[in-house]
Write a protein that binds this ligand. Structure first.
Ligand SMILES: C[S@@+](CC[C@H](N)C(=O)[O-])C[C@H]1O[C@@H](n2cnc3c(N)ncnc32)[C@H](O)[C@@H]1O
Length: 265
């Protein structure tokens, strides 16, 4: 968390999750936007993980515009997206407008929507529809987590975590439904694709870090929830390679109505 109350995203965490994100994103969702990626705006780009994954899948790509409010992350991202022409833009998405997407043929975002408020999603949707381009909005948490073996406390921890995600008006697990509704209200069509993380003993470091974050957020949300023994149990199972987790996400494709003066991609 920064001094302004805005969550900061550690590059180490983004690096740890990059492989799981890459395996989880839906190739069928990418199919829907193939051919539209000449100029891509990657919103909430972090260190550029989505660009490293998506750009090689869109052979038509000529330009990549990295957008984030964190200049330190933008500096890391700029060097790593495998596209000839990369530009960065420090911007808070609450103020995104269609003119910020001038010339953009595809809006992309990964692990972003659940962090946004309804007002931020409305700004994003208004800008995308105003620009008349499609969008590929991947890896939004759905609030469903399955652990194996199961534990009687799983559901309570999950509920407290979801409520923590909703703090400050963020959409958390409601993000896909709200975003689809906002786009639908603007006349755009959306399609949802499952993109779960499937974590097991081979992803021990990520599973451990995810577990600490998941249970830690739940405990912060509900200080009365006794999670120490639960966390100890889960970490021990993880350490012995006995724990598996499916963390459900959704990829959303938006096919915006074409703006009257938009050029063909
Ligand atoms: C979970 S990280 C995901 C980063 C990257 N897309 C990835 O998949 O690794 C979320 C990113 O969104 C950015 N972000 C969150 N809210 C934002 C906002 N309102 N305006 C601009 N960037 C925002 C954060 O700075 C962070 O880099």
């Amino acid at each position: 968390m920064t001094s302004t109350g805005v969550p900061a995203f550690a590059p180490e965490w983004l690096a740890l999750r990059e492989g799981a994100d890459a395996r989880a994103r839906s190739e069928r969702a990418v199919e829907q936007v193939r051919g539209h990626g000449r100029v891509v705006a990657d919103l909430g780009c972090g260190t550029g993980s989505f660009g490293r994954w998506l750009a090689p899948r869109l052979p038509e790509t000529r330009r990549w515009v990295l957008v984030d409010r964190d200049p330190a992350l933008l500096a890391l991202a700029r060097e790593s997206v495998p596209v000839g022409h990369v530009r960065t833009r420090a911007l808070d998405l609450a103020s995104l407008r269609a003119r910020d997407l001038d010339g953009v043929t595809l809006v992309a975002a990964s692990a972003l929507l659940d962090l946004l408020t309804r007002a931020e999603v409305e700004a994003l949707a208004g800008a995308v529809v105003g620009a008349g381009c499609p969008a590929l909005l991947t890896l939004t948490v759905s609030g469903r987590v399955e652990l194996s073996p199961t534990d009687p406390l799983d559901a309570r921890v999950g509920r407290a975590f979801d409520d923590h995600q909703r703090r400050g008006g963020r959409l958390g697990p409601d993000a896909v439904a709200v975003t689809a509704g906002v786009f639908g209200g603007l006349g755009a069509r959306t399609r949802a694709f499952a993109s779960p993380w499937r974590l097991g003993p081979e992803h021990r470091d990520l599973l451990r870090a995810w577990l600490l974050g998941w249970v830690g957020a739940a405990a912060e949300q509900e200080p009365g929830l006794a999670v120490s023994a639960y966390l100890e149990r889960r970490l021990e199972q993880c350490g012995r390679g006995r724990l598996r987790a499916t963390v459900h996400h959704t990829d959303l494709v938006v096919l915006a109505p074409r703006a009257p003066d938009a050029e063909a991609p």
